[in-house]
Design a protein around this ligand. Structure first.
Ligand SMILES: Nc1ncnc2c1ncn2[C@@H]1O[C@H](COP(=O)(O)OP(=O)(O)OP(=O)(O)O)[C@@H](O)[C@H]1O
Ligand SMILES: O=C(O)C1=C[C@@H](O)[C@@H](O)[C@H](O)C1
Ligand SMILES: [Mg+2]
Length: 175
């Protein structure tokens, strides 16, 4: 079963594109953050506060290791692609798309968010530095890069849908 994974920085659109892609491709959709919140019975800020970020990162890897073998779309958390083990699992079990949004777009979307602990504890400059330092890992994890700037959600969904059909769920070496 080939999964479709969406990776990228907070606010790049993984959850929104994932939901819309689910209707477009008629495949089930799961949001890793929401699934973890449901499993743990706590919000993400609560998990960070109670168990620490390191434990949250372990929970993410456990999720990837154990999530059911089903053809589906998974919007990953913004930090998932940072770990080599996670990148390997995603590349082995599915097609990985990097939603490559500009920092400008991302910041305007996430700056007031209360539900992203990393946003709450960071300045704009710190977030931009994190964005720049993470891009390499997103690219390494992905089979296909999707530039989202000046593209509507519909255009992005149609592009990913086209690539999924073209590749019939098989992973290319590199895009
Ligand atoms: N291509 C786009 N054009 C306009 N608005 C968008 C686009 N993609 C996402 N958005 C908006 O940006 C916000 C953040 O998107 P979303 O929640 O999907 O990000 P995310 O990648 O899932 O973030 P996180 O990693 O924190 O879960 C949402 O309010 C969404 O409506
Ligand atoms: O970028 C990150 O490290 C995170 C992104 C969110 O999706 C959540 O997984 C959490 O807030 C951490
Ligand atoms: Mg999300």
């Amino acid at each position: 079963m080939r999964k479709i994974y969406l990776v990228g920085f907070m606010g790049c659109g993984k959850s929104m594109i994932g939901r819309r892609l689910s209707y477009y491709l008629k495949l089930p959709y799961y949001d890793m953050d929401s699934e973890i919140v449901r499993q743990q019975g706590m919000s993400i800020p609560e998990i960070f506060e109670k168990y620490g970020e390191e434990r949250f990162r372990e929970i993410e890897t456990e999720f990837l290791r154990t999530f059911r073998d089903e053809r589906c779309i998974i919007a990953t958390g913004g930090g998932v692609a940072m770990k080599e083990e996670n990148r390997k699992i995603m590349r082995r079990t599915g097609l990985v798309f990097f939603l490559d949004a500009t920092f400008h777009d991302i910041y305007s979307r996430i700056r007031h968010d209360q539900n992203r602990p990393i946003v709450q504890r960071s300045t704009r400059e710190e977030l931009e530095a994190l964005y720049n330092s993470r891009r390499k890992s997103y690219k390494e994890s992905a089979h296909i890069n999707v530039l989202t700037e000046k593209r509507t959600v519909r255009q992005i969904v149609e592009y990913i849908g086209f690539q999924v059909t073209r590749l019939k769920g098989d992973s290319p070496k590199r895009s």
